[in-house]
Design a protein around this ligand. Structure first.
Ligand SMILES: [Zn+2]
Length: 477
């Protein structure tokens, strides 16, 4: 069965067919670095990771872009209180985000562009919107005119009839009860220069609104039409509606063909976790309480389907840790077993069936929990076969094959970062070849590609070594 994804636009599970066969252009809304990410944010980010990994398993070449919002109302408020620039204020939270992603083994996106590094792209898009009267200036701010875009609301299936249209809002986040002309650009305020949050533009000195960054940066790195745009369900309205309006009005093309939305994480009381609402749990809180980041990873991606609500409780985290342990125990047992000359045909066939059912589940809108149901059925069978006596070489390798399939998504079986190390070593070897061939442009490109993925190379007399670095200004070339 081909890969099917639940598209919010159509409301149905559709076969995934990118514009260019075999190539997936994916944009996902990343963190606003005004604070640590809470576990609810991490659920969305790990959903992106599951999507990334399965697109690759399904044979697609991937370009995945995830933005960092490093300017918005809350960042300005906090930086003002702290008496620092917005760059100084956001730096530790951006670093913490990358640390969390590494601890949770989220594969890095190909690009992590930051809003403040892409002001010219945003200014250009706003200029086009003004020119074609999709936007207007009011009191020095620039607003998108909702009434100029009749398709507004199609993604979230908004009933526009009962809503007040034409109200203006300047705040980056606003209430979901009204459809409002939203700010593309906000006039500079006294103090903005001091915060490092004001830029020149033909329509006046100021700073971008929140929504325009995703439209401008996705276009810069992925073109006018995305194959997939994903985000948490709370971003669907107004953020994603606004992205569609800006991009389609400016480019005259479909913005994203497939929209995927992941559900909320609720806290133990059942309330949606949210930074703005106060009480929220970070990965740091969970590890300080003794939870393994990989159990947290398993809990967030595997204990519920991404479109179902999930509740964070201690019991659920312990159950996740237990399932990770069962998989690791089986891996260890299979690695230690001495294969015997016996007939394990039945086990081999059971493994093949489990692998097929697992793959079908993932192809069915990334249903990892259902897939794991089949896997754990098999884990019980192979454990009892091993209890009964030795199994054949073919039985061992079929079982290991299933574990490898599962770990392509889960990535919890081994310590360290096995997939990453192999990938980095391959790129280093490629760079060495380029240097031997005196193709220094290519060798520099590979070094830059690694840098953008958070890997620094050090040339030493013993050869090339690599280490992890915080990704700072990715994506500017
Ligand atoms: Zn966005």
């Amino acid at each position: 069965m081909p890969l099917r994804l639940h598209n919010t636009l159509t409301g149905s599970k559709d076969v995934f067919e990118p514009q260019e066969p075999g190539k997936a252009r994916v944009y996902t809304c990343g963190p606003t670095v005004w604070n640590y990410a809470h576990v609810g944010n991490l659920r969305a980010f790990l959903f992106y990771d599951l999507l990334r990994r399965h697109l690759q398993v399904a044979g697609f070449r991937l370009t995945h872009v995830m933005n960092l919002t490093d300017i918005d109302d809350r960042i300005l408020d906090e930086a003002t209180h702290a008496g620092v620039t917005i760059a100084e204020y956001t730096r530790p939270f951006a670093e913490a985000f990358f640390e969390d992603m590494r601890a949770l083994r989220a594969q890095p996106a190909e690009q992590f562009p930051r809003a403040t590094g892409h002001i010219p792209e945003m200014v250009a898009m706003i200029s086009v919107l003004l020119e074609h009267e999709y936007a207007y200036v009011a009191d020095g701010d620039v607003y998108f005119r909702i009434a100029s875009f009749p398709r507004y609301g199609e993604l979230s299936h908004l009933d526009r009839a009962g809503l007040r249209v034409g109200v203006r809002v300047a705040r980056d986040k606003y209430e979901k009860e009204s459809v409002s002309d939203f700010a593309l650009w906000k006039k500079a305020q006294p103090g903005d220069d001091h915060l490092g949050s004001a830029w020149d533009a033909p329509f006046g000195k100021g700073r971008p609104g929140w929504h325009i960054e995703c439209s401008a940066m996705s276009k810069r790195y992925l073109g006018e039409t995305l194959d997939i745009h994903a985000g948490g369900v709370d971003l669907m309205f107004p953020h994603h509606e606004n992205e569609i309006a800006q991009s389609e009005a400016a480019n005259g093309k479909t913005f994203a063909r497939v929209w995927l939305h992941s559900e909320h994480l609720a806290d133990a009381t059942g309330a949606k976790m949210s930074k703005s609402a106060g009480g929220f749990t970070t990965l740091r809180d969970l590890t300080a309480a003794g939870h393994d980041p990989l159990a947290v990873r398993f809990f967030l991606i595997a204990s519920a389907h991404y479109r179902q609500k999930l509740r964070l409780t201690d019991d659920a985290l312990h159950a996740a840790a237990e399932q990770v342990r069962r998989l690791r125990d089986l891996l260890q047992r299979l690695s230690a077993v001495r294969p015997a000359d016996v007939d394990s045909q039945e086990l081999v066939e059971t493994a093949a069936r489990a692998r097929a059912l697992y793959r079908d589940s993932l192809d069915d809108d990334l249903n990892l929990p259902r897939g794991l149901g089949h896997v754990f059925d098999f884990v019980r069978e192979v454990n009892s076969a091993l209890d009964r006596g030795p199994i054949s070489e073919a039985g061992v390798s079929a079982s290991l094959g299933l574990l490898a399939d599962v770990d392509a998504h889960l990535d919890v079986l081994k310590d360290g970062e096995p997939g990453l190390a192999a990938e980095v070593e391959r790129l280093i070897a490629e760079r060495e070849d380029a240097r031997k061939a005196k193709d220094f442009a290519r060798s520099d490109r590979i070094r830059e590609e690694l840098r953008q993925r958070g890997i620094a190379l050090e040339d030493s007399k013993d050869g090339v070594r690599w280490k992890r670095i915080a990704v700072t200004e990715a994506g500017r070339s």
